[in-house]
Write a protein that binds this ligand. Structure first.
Ligand SMILES: Cc1cc2nc3c(=O)[nH]c(=O)nc-3n(C[C@H](O)[C@H](O)[C@H](O)COP(=O)(O)O)c2cc1C
Length: 443
């Protein structure tokens, strides 16, 4: 029996996430991103399509590597302005019952105690539907915003390890099971003997505190992570329950998926769910889909694509010719984005212009355009070739891309028994990993 394919919607609290320029499209409503109604409607749509989660990306600085300034990013609304992702969640949780929310939070610039409480709060308010995409940031602009410089690539993961030790202890060890009594007659809310402080003295953090929030349905949010470098993979192998991978072809993705699963298995963790990025353009006929795609490509901004790529790789693509072939550079920005277009597939060379055009339509993942049957075929093939469990679906237009997926692609996948027909019970973790599932810890 083939496995069901999982779906996340890949979005961001901004005008242009990974489809720069398309906010100008007549069918795009991204300009409403400051409206709660916009997000509530999207959450309801995704729940109607039985999406596992809405995954909300985030950055804490502007994309200012391209041309050495944020001007191009601001002109095109490319991930700037960008609002806080977490603030959206309670309103969306109120109008849905099952949809998960994977919020991205950069751990580099705030104390773990304060962060841990914010996530516990969201886990309470969503009744256990919160996930956390653990990121350390690749933008020097974010570091400068708090008076620092971007830390070295591998050092960021070391800091993240220490941060994880503290937040996991706060979530899982500070309040023992049964500490919350809520005993009205006896006048005892919590049993003080069952709540203990977490004490930590490390390189980056010194903590002596009880967790301020009482245990939430999941205690620890479902942990998502997206690093594919050697250091990132090692981090994911020990911490992540769900991993995002992104790359332009199955040939690029498959070895990464195998490597991450192998690394996790070495820590006794084999239940990992892996999601890969994809953009889908659907039509009831192939011609209709192709016409839609042509309309998107007319408005998608290659310059916006290069603004994003410059931020991800730390390389200023504005300083290069569009017909120039991209050569590998290693620096302290993200490693995978550069690998995707240089080393990951030695038979595929990318010019700067090609990178800009490709990234402008949904990011560095593949696009699949066609009838629901054709796109379902492509997805099944991709899953078979790469070993992923599901997709992180980028959009071309908001919310039209998701409406097409819900109305056209989901029924097709259900007909093939490749997509759920209803949500499972319980928390996000239980929905993804089965009833009673607990966070899998490294052995
Ligand atoms: C699908 C996907 C989504 C990501 N979302 C974010 C994000 O919202 N914010 C962020 O700072 N980094 C994000 N990243 C970047 C990763 O956290 C990481 O920095 C990047 O994959 C490079 O990691 P590496 O150097 O270990 O390969 C994302 C990566 C992928 C593949």
């Amino acid at each position: 029996m083939p496995r069901e394919i999982l779906f996340n919607a890949f979005v961001m609290n901004c005008v242009a996430h990974q489809s720069p320029g398309l906010w100008r499209h007549s069918q795009d409503y991204s300009l409403d991103y400051t409206s709660l109604q916009h997000w509530a409607d999207l959450a309801r749509l995704l729940e109607r399509g039985l999406f596992d989660a809405m995954f909300i990306a985030d950055v804490l600085g502007a994309y200012d590597v391209y041309g050495g300034s944020p001007a191009a990013a601001l002109r095109g609304g490319v991930q700037v302005p960008v609002n806080d992702p977490m603030m959206l969640v309670p309103a969306m949780a109120l109008v849905t019952e099952h949809l998960g929310f994977g919020v991205t939070a950069n751990l580099s610039y705030e104390p773990p105690t304060i962060f841990a409480r914010r996530l516990s709060t969201l886990d309470h308010l969503t009744r256990g539907r919160i996930g956390w995409n653990i990121v350390t940031g690749y933008l020097d602009s974010a570091a400068r915003g708090v008076g620092e410089r971007l830390a070295a690539h591998d050092d960021r993961y070391d800091r993240a390890d220490e941060f994880m030790a503290v937040v996991l202890a706060l979530w899982e060890e500070s309040w023992a099971d049964g500490a919350v009594r809520r005993d009205r007659a006896g006048g005892i809310y919590a049993d003080a003997a069952k709540v203990r402080p977490i004490r930590h003295e490390g390189t980056h953090y010194r903590v002596d505190a009880i967790h301020l929030a009482e245990p939430s349905p999941q205690r620890t949010p479902v942990l998502f992570q997206a690093g594919s470098s050697a250091k990132g993979r090692d981090f994911a192998a020990r911490h992540a329950e769900c991993v995002f991978v992104s790359g332009p072809s199955a040939r690029v993705i498959a070895p990464r998926v195998a490597a991450i699963r192998e690394a996790a298995a070495a820590h006794g963790r084999d239940a990992l769910k892996v999601f890969s990025l994809m953009t889908v353009v659907l039509g009831s006929t192939e011609r209709e889909a192709q016409e839609k795609l042509a309309g998107y490509c007319e408005l998608a901004s290659p310059e916006g694509g290069l603004v994003l790529m410059s931020g991800w790789t730390g390389v200023d693509f504005a300083a290069m010719r569009l017909d120039e072939e991209v050569r590998h550079v290693e620096n302290d920005a993200g490693r995978t984005a550069m690998d995707n277009i240089t080393r990951a597939d030695r038979d595929r060379r990318w010019t700067v212009g090609e990178v800009g055009r490709h990234v402008a339509l949904g990011g560095i993942g593949p696009s699949s355009c066609g009838t629901p049957g054709q796109v379902a075929d492509a997805m099944e093939r991709w899953v078979a070739d790469t070993g992923v469990d599901g997709f992180n679906l980028s959009y071309a237009v908001m919310p039209g891309t998701f409406a097409d997926i819900v109305d056209q692609l989901v029924p097709e996948l259900q007909r093939r028994d490749r997509y759920k027909r209803g949500y499972g019970e319980g928390t996000l973790r239980e929905k993804l990993f089965g009833a009673g599932a607990r966070r899998s810890k490294p052995s």
